[in-house]
Every structure is written in C-alpha cells, then in structure tokens.
Design a protein around this ligand. Structure first.
Ligand SMILES: Nc1ncnc2c1ncn2[C@@H]1O[C@H](COP(=O)(O)OP(=O)(O)OP(=O)(O)O)[C@@H](O)[C@H]1O
Length: 205
C-alpha cells in the first residue's frame, strides 16, 4: 500500500485541486454539485488527462506534465457511480474478469479468488447469477468485490451508496468500512454519515 499526492488542473471544468492521502487512509472528497469531484477521480483513474498537475502513488507517477500512464497500467480500482458490471456475465465471471485484467493468469486461480471475494462481500451463494438477477445491494456487493479483488494500490469510490435503497445502505456502508481498512482510498460522497463512518480525513471543495 502506498500514499497519494496529487494536483489536478482541468481549466475548462474550473478544476484546480491538490491533496494528499496517507498510505492506508481514506480521504472523503466533498463539495457541491459541479465542483469537480468526479473529474478528479477520472484523472486519477486515467480516464481523463488533466492539462497540468501530477499524481504520484508511492513511487509511481500516474501523470505529470511529461508522463501519462494509461488506465489499464495503473493499479487503481474505480467504483463508478453506476457500477459497470457486465450484464451477460455471472457475478463470478464479472469478478474474474477484473482479475484477468490485473494479470492473474490461471483460470482456476481467478475462479477461486473470485469466489473468495464474493463470499467475503456476502454474495457467495449468488456466484452464478447475472447482475439482472440480483437486487441493487447484491449487485453493489459484487461490484465492490470486482474492484477490490485485484488488490489495487488506490481505491476510488464515487458515491458508492447513493443508488441503493435506503434500507440496504447501512449494511453496504459497514461492508465498505471493513474492506477499505488499510487501503489508500478517495471517496466522493455528499453524505456526512459516509464521511463519519468511512473517512480518516475530509477534503471539502
Ligand atoms: N464530460 C464532461 N464534459 C465537459 N464538462 C464536464 C463533463 N463532466 C463534467 N463537466 C463539468 O465539469 C465541472 C465539474 O464536474 P464534476 O462532474 O467533476 O463535478 P462533481 O463535483 O463530481 O459534481 P456532482 O456532485 O454533481 O457529481 C462541472 O462544471 C461540469 O459541468
């Protein structure tokens, strides 16, 4: 695990933000709509190239004025607002897909690791279901397993609880608190309860 030091400058979106996250800690990024929270996550994930600034994750430069590591070569797990699970793949295959991308070579190893993670997030019994055959909370648990299974050095979470029915929010928040312990994380949220339960520090835009 490694800490993050970044400055993200995207003038056309009015974004110029700098912050650090200590190794193993969770930083909550909060602020009004349109203040640039998702833009920062996109830059850290490698989906958007900022005009200037830098991001260093431990010894690795993700980007600076001269360098740009593409998304697929960053060891960064990104849980978007609308989690991108493949609808035609089972829960197990969705998690295993992330492991294949992360370079876990053996098919059997990927299956076993995917099953372990699904157990860990409480949906082990649903390994052969497709996302359309799960509740919103179960699909979110699967998405969390997919992001974390590959052991990312940086975890990015964009409003991970906002699309869920109110009654499952406390369970998923508790799950996140458990699985994020010791992981370097940037969490975008509008909810004070998430900051209190999940974050070590808060950066308010
Ligand atoms: N794909 C895009 N193309 C151009 N401008 C964009 C794009 N996405 C966002 N913006 C603009 O960039 C600025 C920052 O948006 P961003 O989505 O990063 O804010 P946010 O803090 O995540 O907002 P929210 O809380 O509503 O999710 C806003 O002015 C927005 O309109």
């Amino acid at each position: 695990m490694t800490g993050l030091d970044c400055r993200v400058v995207v003038p056309e979106r009015g974004v110029d933000l700098a912050f650090t996250v200590d190794e193993g800690q969770t930083l909550a990024l909060t602020g009004p709509n349109g203040s640039g929270k998702s833009t920062v996550l996109s830059a850290l994930a490698g989906w958007l190239r900022p005009e200037t600034g830098h991001a260093r994750l431990g010894d690795m430069t993700l980007f600076d004025e001269h360098n740009w590591i593409p998304a697929r070569r960053r060891n960064v797990g990104y849980l978007t607002q609308d989690p991108l699970l493949f609808p035609h793949l089972t829960a197990e295959a969705n998690v295993a897909f992330g492991l294949a991308r992360a370079g876990v070579v053996g098919r059997r190893d990927r299956r076993e690791a995917a099953r372990d993670w699904l157990e860990r997030v409480g949906v082990g019994q649903l390994a052969s279901r497709r996302p359309g055959e799960m509740s919103g909370g179960q699909a979110q648990r699967t998405a969390i397993a997919r992001v974390l299974a590959s052991g990312p050095e940086l975890v990015l979470l964009d409003e991970p609880l906002s699309a869920l029915d109110a009654q499952v929010v406390p369970q998923i928040r508790e799950l996140l608190a458990e699985v994020l312990t010791g992981r370097t994380t940037v969490l975008v949220t509008h909810h004070e309860a998430d900051v209190v339960a999940l974050a070590d520090t808060e950066f308010r835009i």
